[in-house]
Design a protein around this ligand. Sequence first.
Ligand code: DOR
Ligand code: ZN
Length: 439
Amino acid sequence: MKPIYDLIIRGGTVVLPWGLERADIGVALGRIITLAPGADAEAGEVFDATGLHVLPGLIDAHTHLRDNPEVETIPSGTRAAVLGGLAAVFDMPNGNPSITTAERLAVKKDYAATRSWCDLGLYVGASRDNIPDLAALELEDSVCAVKVFAGSSTGDLLIESDELLEQVMRSGRRRVAYHSEDEYRLRERKDLFHEGMPYANHMEWRDVEAAFLGTRRLMALARKTGRPAHILHVSTAEELDYLADYRDIATVEVLLNHLTQWAPDAYDRLGPYAVMNPPIRDKRHMEAAWAAVRDGMVDVVGSDHAPHAKANKEKPWPATAAGLTGVQTIVPLMLDHVSAGRLSLMRLADLMCAGPARVYGILGKGRIARGYDADFTIVDMKKTRTIEQDWIASPCGWSPFVGTKVQGWPVATIIRGRTVMREDEVLGEPQGQFVSFTG
Ligand code: DOR
Ligand code: ZN
């Protein structure tokens, strides 16, 4: 009897963990069954990927999907994700309310269970009050990590002292994800500035030393306690250099924004729509981030998708809401970086699939291999296109990348064998599932 698959992807150049190969992929029951289905195999659906590249379903491990219909929600943010070529996103806990208890996590999961377009991992937040509960919280299904804001940003989550940070590190064992900016230095420096100053002052207030000092303190504590750390959005050349001596305990995320935008250009062009934490800095740091992509220091690239209402973005500095949208644009922009020769498609898959899998312990996703989830991001590297506002799905209504022309575009998103996006069209109903982790 001829084998019958639910889906065969034929004729594409496939980004396998061991290299690029021309291969067909046979999928059944949501999983990859074979990389050689044979010419006469039958399938419910055949995807002709001739001339296209087939990547493992790309993952954005850093998003803030909010819970405000005018700004963003899990349904709207995950719809944006699949339109942009993502198969899974991990959502941060600094919502309203922040996700710091088993009850709040259960409510969020209950809401998300039937409303997500892509697969979903969830962070839980560390707070002053929940440290004794973190060991249990980090083991809940669908939790990718505990997130610690060691410097304050959007929302009320904050753990700034060494004493409490050490308590967090001693309460559990999985890798902890940190927002690393030294809170005391941020407070001290705030008085040096006044309202209405140009937006570029954001990077003077939250300066290189604020980030570097935060990371030095976290590394000292991680070394002392032996607790693995993931430093989110590393934004300075100094930290990237320093972290090279902590690779036994530390993994590194760099953001698309810090690889793509620099000061003063971004502040000149975008004003408040360049304000984020940690800030966009001068070109020296952007170049260091690229060097770190090339030498392997970077484990993960994420978007830090952080939508805010326009009215809050446009407040005079420093009241400007910090954060930039990006979940829908990270894949096109990374593909454009590939086209420009800054990284390979293999390295992109490493940064957005294998990297997140290694850092967070994802089960059954993150590579094209037999038995893994049939998640694919299918891209056309020949396609040039300008990012337009009417393509952007987030209700907040803005993106810092509108008007940017890119080469390389995601033409389909396939999640567990289902084509969820094809040629700008979102198909079917939201059937995202929660991602599983080693725990
Ligand atoms: O710019 C940022 N925005 N940085 C963060 O750490 C939080 C995020 C948000 O949630 O708005
Ligand atoms: Zn963030």
